[in-house]
Design a protein around this ligand. Structure first.
Ligand SMILES: [Zn+2]
Length: 162
């Protein structure tokens, strides 16, 4: 398993290079109670050299175990980045190390509010909320009753007309 992605700039082909492989998921260094990396980071990239600029384009994908924000249950989910584009100044360099940037792209692609639904499963909390709704007066909203039992609109009806 690769621990880094270093792109050698020596004899770089004009048509670019296709880079596919897997990086060790441990380099994400994200493991906590709410988030664990459960496998390698798969990358599919193309690298192109324009004069003194190296451009990397492609996608990353990695499996995680996430904790649902609502029910605190754990679920497995594969995070995939949007198509990414990274650019490097290559002046005076013989190689570019893209590892840290790729790590960052994947971290940014992690869901901000992990929910069971991401993994296509029903969240337990939704069931509980559903039960609450059944206990409530179905006529919620505009004709909510005031504590006195009157509709909130009654007070408006009593306003003097102009
Ligand atoms: Zn949940």
């Amino acid at each position: 398993m690769q621990a880094s992605l270093i792109i050698d700039l020596e004899d770089f082909p004009e048509e670019g290079r296709r880079l596919c492989g897997e990086l060790d998921g441990a380099l994400l260094d994200v493991d906590s109670e709410a988030l664990q990396s459960t496998g390698p980071i798969a990358y599919e990239l193309t690298a192109q050299l324009f004069d003194t600029e190296l451009v990397l384009q492609g996608r990353l994908r990695a499996p995680f175990r996430l904790r649902c924000d609502r029910c605190l249950g754990m679920f497995d989910y594969t995070v995939e980045t949007e198509p990414l584009a990274l650019s490097y100044d290559t002046k005076g360099k013989t190689a570019v190390n893209a590892t840290e940037d790729l790590r960052e792209e994947l971290i940014l692609a992690l869901p901000a509010y992990p929910k069971c639904e991401l993994a296509g499963r029903e969240c337990k909390i939704n069931d509980i909320l559903g039960d609450f709704r059944l206990d409530k007066d179905p006529r919620a909203g505009v004709d909510s009753a005031t504590p006195s039992g009157n509709s909130v609109w009654d007070a408006l009806d009593q306003l003097p007309e102009e």
